[in-house]
Design a protein around this ligand. Structure first.
Ligand SMILES: O=C1C[C@@](O)(C(=O)O)C[C@@H](O)[C@@H]1O
Length: 289
């Protein structure tokens, strides 16, 4: 298992002034104190600035969380005009909210999860590319305005036609990409999952991630096998998730199979099978002490 490249103590060098975003920003997190432990990522889905800031603050204060996943698709869905316009309004809304996502000082993985992959936003490839690039700029600017260097990363869905270009743009501005593929109906063949992970790495992703829905226990085993084999072969961190209750082994013991992180819930789950962060922390502390 290789660590996520955007944990607190692995922040890429930045030109911005040193210092944390907030006086009470954490200086370490569970996975940075214990590299054997997978990083715990908690999604926050609020579209309201105060609630977003509060959700991130609660995650930071809990001491249980390594990374906030700022899910912007509810905001995008609320802001986009159904006729297909409104990308400028979305960019503006994201700019307003970005400082609230970084204010607690935890690393932020920003994700625009589209309807095709279990999220709320429906948008064209061109709009997707524009919004995702805007996310990176908004978070970078939020850091600069606060004189902070909160690590940031952006999720890119590899199935989008624009994925390769988007990854290229994000690499140019030095923002690590987590490439994603979700399948909510079944678990693909091990060879196909491996191919997807290879393709993500070849496209320039810093972290490669698959999330599959199992219908049988062997499906969970297949997901773990693909994760372990990719971790052995690829020179980047791999994240493998088997969703739903059946897939819980992957969320608890995924690190034993090379998975670098696990998504847990505080409040609202963002995918089926997520375990409460507090309960997961007790288990991870015992397993990886
Ligand atoms: O990619 C993922 C993983 C996830 O789908 C899960 O199964 O925990 C949750 C999403 O919020 C995130 O973007």
């Amino acid at each position: 298992m290789k660590p996520l490249p955007f944990l607190l103590d692995s922040a890429p060098a930045s030109d911005s002034a040193p210092g944390a975003a907030a006086p009470t920003a954490p200086s370490s997190t569970p996975a940075t104190r214990n590299p054997r432990r997978p990083a715990v990522i908690v999604p926050v889905l609020h579209t309201d600035a105060e609630l977003l800031a509060l959700g991130c603050r609660e995650a930071a204060d809990s001491g249980l969380v390594d990374v906030i996943e700022w899910r912007v698709d509810p905001l995008v869905a609320d802001t986009l005009d159904p006729a297909g316009g409104g990308v400028d309004a979305v960019a503006e809304a994201i700019r307003e909210l970005a400082p609230h996502a970084t204010a607690a000082g935890l690393p932020v993985l920003a994700t625009l999860r589209t309807a095709a992959e279990g999220g709320e936003a429906e948008l064209s490839d061109a709009a997707y590319a524009e919004v995702v690039a805007g996310l990176a700029a908004a978070l970078t600017d939020a850091n600069a305005a606060a004189g902070a260097s909160v690590p940031i990363a952006i999720d890119v869905e590899i199935a989008r036609d624009s994925a390769q270009d988007v990854i290229g743009v994000l690499r140019t501005v030095g923002v690590p990409v987590v490439a994603s593929r979700h399948n909510f109906s079944d678990t693909e063949r091990v060879a196909d999952m491996r191919e997807t992970l290879n393709e993500m790495r070849a496209a320039g992703a810093a972290v490669v991630k698959i999330a599959m829905m199992p219908t049988t226990a062997p499906d969970v085993a297949d997901l773990l096998r693909a994760t372990a084999e990719a971790d052995a072969d690829l020179d980047c961190p791999v994240l493998g998730i088997s969703m739903g209750e059946l897939g819980r082994t992957s969320r608890i013991l995924g690190a034993d199979f090379g998975s670098c992180a696990t998504f847990a819930q505080m409040g609202t789950a963002s995918a089926p099978g997520q375990i409460a962060a507090g309960e997961l922390a007790v288990i991870l502390d015992r397993l990886y002490a």
